[in-house]
Unconditional design. Structure first.
Length: 169
């Protein structure tokens, strides 16, 4: 049975905190690009972009990334394709909902490098649940939620799920 561990207001606060940290660590947002990993990472990236625009008055580009063709653990016939945005010499913030083994992020970094050579890649996640299989860590974390490997984190977002919340199952 799923148990709600973060409600919509707490999720909004976590995203606001991540946004402020992004501004501080990048000393502004002039050379920034947000890259959201489909599906929920894209919505999180757009929410961060909206908050950045409110705070800094600048629109930051947001790209949507489908990593399917770059995964090393799944067979696919999908052809690798570059993002439709120039990442050369940009500070890229890769955005996802949950960081678990790190394999999704590894695939996302391959896709980013395939698309250009950014100056820097940082990682922002709403939830870090641990259990890494690769040496990957998030630079910006909304909430650390230690889990067992048997547990599952479910992130619900109003854009596709009708409400904002995070549950553990």
């Amino acid at each position: 049975m799923a148990k709600e561990i973060i409600d919509g207001i707490t999720m909004q606060r976590a995203l606001t905190r991540i946004t402020y940290e992004i501004i501080e660590r990048n000393k502004g947002i002039d050379n920034l690009v947000l890259v959201g990993i489909k599906t929920r990472g894209v919505f999180i990236a757009h929410r961060i972009e909206s908050r950045l625009k409110q705070l800094e008055g600048i629109t930051v580009p947001v790209a949507e990334l489908d990593i399917t063709a770059f995964r090393d653990d799944q067979e696919t016939n999908q052809e690798k394709s570059a993002l439709d945005i120039d990442l050369t010499d940009k500070n890229v913030i890769l955005v996802d909902d949950v960081l678990y083994t790190g394999r999704t992020i590894r695939a996302a970094m391959d896709a980013i490098i395939y698309s250009g050579r950014p100056k820097k890649i940082s990682l922002a996640v709403l939830v870090d649940r641990g259990h890494r299989e690769l040496p990957i860590r998030a630079d910006f974390v909304g909430k650390n939620i230690p889990t067992s490997r048997k547990e599952k984190i479910n992130v619900s977002m109003s854009e596709i799920d009708g409400e904002d919340k995070i549950e553990i199952d």
